[in-house]
Design a protein around this ligand. Structure first.
Ligand SMILES: [Zn+2]
Length: 160
């Protein structure tokens, strides 16, 4: 599972962010065009996530030089279910990757953060992670709990 890597097209940007929340390696940038996506997928053995039927018409998709997953639904929860099912992934939120840029997050000592995060967060959180690219801090706050609930909900709906 750790070896599965994706590249997402502009139509599934939200899905890309949610997969990153589960620690998946998802290359995504809203400036990427189809040709760049295909070339990167080939060079880095990434699975293309797309909702664009034209993408599937490209030679590298047609002759399977590039692996792809055509995302059927426009709804995020259905998209996550499809990716989970078709690739047999277990999706749990974690603080492994930056949601914005896909970089690995680094551990950061709480003692260095007193003036860098909101006081309530500083008082209530023990563990912090940091993206050196975006200069952004991550912690398991309300947003994280909500993501966890969202993934739980998807798991429960699938087990019905
Ligand atoms: Zn980042």
């Amino acid at each position: 599972m750790g070896d599965i890597k994706f590249i997402a097209d502009i139509m599934v940007g939200r899905l890309a962010r949610y997969l990153r929340m589960a620690g998946m390696d998802v290359s995504y940038n809203n400036h990427y065009d189809d040709a760049h996506i295909i070339e990167t997928a080939k060079a880095e053995s990434r699975i293309v996530l797309t909702r664009d039927a034209l993408m599937l018409e490209r030679r590298d998709c047609k002759n399977n030089t590039v692996k792809y997953l055509f995302i059927k639904s426009s709804k995020l929860c259905e998209q996550l279910k499809q990716v989970k099912n078709e690739l047999g992934l277990k999706l749990e939120p974690n603080l492994i990757r930056c949601i914005e840029c896909n970089a690995y997050l680094e551990n950061v000592a709480k003692s260095t953060l007193e003036d860098k995060v909101p006081p309530y967060v500083y008082r209530t959180q023990k563990f912090f992670m940091y993206c050196t690219v975006c200069k952004k801090y991550y912690w398991r706050g309300t947003h994280y709990s909500n993501i966890q609930k969202y993934f739980d909900k998807i798991r429960k709906e699938q087990n019905l």
